[in-house]
Design a protein around this ligand. Structure first.
Ligand code: AHR
Length: 518
């Protein structure tokens, strides 16, 4: 039974209701205040792979240098050079997989620049992100060390744009050959006798753009050639991930697949950012709803790209990855100057956007393999922010907290849901189950309406449960360095009565209900 009586619930729900101040053009008709949802616990979709909550760290701005990596001699508290507070927060959340070193940076990164004694590593210009000089102190060993520290599976993106097949071939052998070869011995000399056992290998990044500005047919030819030389060492079978479309670019995927003509990759990675037309802390109502509406297109893209792949012989064996996603707002020059390139604050709007994304991944669980939000620290829709590369402060963003609310779904089976309003203004919903536990997530993307959700459970009966919510009525609310816990998940009333679940969702909220079932 719920800890709340029906009367308490109605009272709390009413208290949460605020008069909307949103111009009518944003939504048109006045909002419905109740939405009915059906959860079919006996109608499975597929496994919610923990990798749907994957991450990405690029040598960009202060993501790696100053964000994750401060160096062993830094006055900032660190664990062998890794920012201590960041490591602790990331361990607490759990990072299933981490992609590195780019992004665009990957196609100009030469892995040999990042191994061996740091003092002897060459200094290279980061041509994509500001033309600053890197000292290479964060290389393959440091990246694997970070992954081990936070429990993430490493995912390396190889260089196709300015690299060659030999370079990628050797990086794989360096990382994965157990012993005996010159490259394996070199790895041991550099500190790791144990192989790194890296499974995931990207063959370039955005090769339609910064990764060489290739036509899909040209990239397919490169892919074919590179793929020949990437091999299994010891017991580590590499999974090759081809550079996929920009958004839902069907022409890229078809032309790549046509030209490939066999030799299918393990996966294909699509990138889909949810652009924003305002500065992160100054969104207009219209631009908030416009940004949220992009998630509908992302969901369509996943369905369509999956269908394109399935149309090819062996196509259904090709995993679909959403390798880069997240809100990309109008980046402010002052933020970049103070904190590094593409530094962006995360507001409750960003958290709602994260919830819309994570919900749709659950709903499309049978079509996806991995989804990596961009990026982990200090860049775009990051989980953590520091006050510049030299700053000691490290805060968990609203996006971090949205991810924490979805943790309960990891490794569950996603199940079908139905909703009476599947428009972009409706409550977004997803559900999953494992054993005697049912997990429901709801997102209210509306700026002008609190909504009561009436949920009917099919195939299962709820015994008890609890809800957590992340919410703020001000869509520009965020966790600042002065007030790092301004927006935090809180307990929230929910009614669980057998096959009925009722919850009141204030505008701009992300909520997860965990139910013990009979
Ligand atoms: O995440 C920032 C950049 O966005 C990446 O480097 C690139 O892959 C994408 O265009």
């Amino acid at each position: 039974m719920s800890p709340f009586s029906r009367r308490q619930f109605v009272k709390l729900a009413a208290a949460a209701s605020v008069t909307p101040l949103i111009p009518s053009f944003v939504y048109g008709d006045s909002a419905s205040r109740t939405q009915r949802v059906v959860v079919h616990s006996d109608w499975p979709i597929g496994l919610i792979r923990p990798e749907f909550h994957g991450h990405f760290a690029e040598h960009l701005g202060s993501c790696v240098y100053g964000g994750l990596w401060v160096g062993k001699d830094s006055p900032i508290p660190n664990i062998n050079g890794y920012r201590k507070q960041a490591v602790e927060y990331l361990k607490e959340l759990g990072v299933p997989v981490l992609r590195w070193p780019g992004g665009c940076y990957a196609d100009d990164y030469h892995w040999r620049d990042g191994i061996g004694p740091v003092s002897q590593r060459p200094k290279r210009v980061n041509i994509h992100w500001g033309g600053y000089v890197e000292d290479g102190s964060f290389g393959t060993h440091e990246f694997i060390g970070l992954c081990r520290l936070i429990g993430a599976e490493p995912y390396l993106a190889g260089n196709v744009g300015s690299g060659n097949p030999e370079e990628l071939r050797n990086w794989v052998e360096y990382c994965n050959m157990p012993k005996g070869s010159t490259l394996a011995e070199e790895r041991a000399k550099n500190g790791s006798r144990e192989p790194f056992k890296v499974k995931y290998w990207g063959v370039g990044n955005e090769n339609w753009g910064c990764g060489g500005w290739m036509k899909p047919e040209v990239y397919a030819d490169h892919y074919r050639r590179f793929s020949v030389y990437v091999r299994k060492y010891g017991d580590t079978e590499p999974m090759l991930i081809a550079s996929g479309p920009n958004g839902n670019d069907a022409r890229w995927t078809r032309s790549f697949m046509d030209r490939l003509d066999g030799g299918a990759p393990g996966g294909i990675s699509m990138h889909y950012y949810e652009g924003g037309n305002d500065a992160p802390l100054n969104f207009s109502a219209a631009n908030v709803t416009e940004q949220f509406a992009i998630f509908k297109k992302v969901e369509e893209a996943i369905i369509q790209q999956r269908a394109i792949l399935n149309g090819y012989r062996e196509g259904s064996n090709i995993a679909l990855l959403l390798d880069e996603w997240g809100v990309w707002d109008k980046i402010q020059g002052a933020d970049e100057k103070a904190n590094g390139a593409l530094w962006q604050q995360s507001t409750i709007r960003s958290a709602v956007a994260a919830g819309l994304g994570l919900n749709l991944f659950n709903r499309q669980a049978d079509k996806l393999f991995m989804c990596n939000i961009a990026q982990l620290v200090n860049v775009l829709q990051s989980l953590l922010l520091t006050n510049g590369p030299e700053g000691k402060a490290c805060v968990r963003t609203t996006t971090y907290h949205a991810f924490s609310l979805f943790k309960a779904h990891r490794s569950n089976t996603a199940v079908h849901t139905e909703s009476e309003d599947s428009s972009t203004a409706g409550i977004s919903v997803s559900a999953s189950k494992k054993g005697n536990s049912l997990v429901l997530s709801f997102v209210n993307p509306r700026l002008d309406a609190d909504v009561d959700v009436e949920c009917a459970l099919r195939g299962v009966t709820g015994k008890s449960g609890s809800a957590q919510i992340l919410h703020d009525t001000d869509w520009n609310a965020y966790n600042s360095f002065d007030n790092p816990e301004h927006v935090l998940p809180k307990s929230h009333p929910v009614v669980i009565e057998g096959t009925r679940v009722a919850i009141s969702l204030p505008r701009l909220s992300v909520a997860t209900v965990v139910i013990a079932t009979a």
